[in-house]
Design a protein around this ligand. Sequence first.
Ligand code: MN3
Length: 171
Amino acid sequence: PFTNLPLPYGYDAMEPYIDEKTMRLHHDRHLQTYIDNLNKILEANPDLQKLTLKELIRSVPRLPYSIQTGILNNAGGVYNHRLYFELLINPSGRQPVGKLAEAIARDFGSVENFYQAFKEAALSVFGSGYAWLVSYQGSLKIVTTPNQNTTLGMDLCPVITIDVWEHAYYL
Ligand code: MN3
């Protein structure tokens, strides 16, 4: 069975941008729900238990129709949330530096332009989903995915993601 990995920082590490209560609820309850739902499906389909999270997501088109949506949403939910939490860092007093700063200047013109484009992309997601800053064929791009769809299979490398919609209303 999959288990919830501890956050690589304290629950209050993103204050004042994301408060401790939201981090606890998001990680301990919301992500846990995806894990519990995924484990329930795997319990009923023991031959899938040997697959990794990525393998499960990639195998969706070949799975029995009755579990495709459940695997897509819940394995995707676990995969996306793990990336989201791993990639987060408190931005206080920080600016992108080094190669990332150079790539942002090259592909977006400036950090401010990037922030604006990233925000607009996130706000354009209808319902829930993600906006991603990705590296694709040597360039930085912004892409969005609906629901708990992942960027797996898109031949790109996620740099950071915005988890859109649901958590703004939690508390
Ligand atoms: Mn979420």
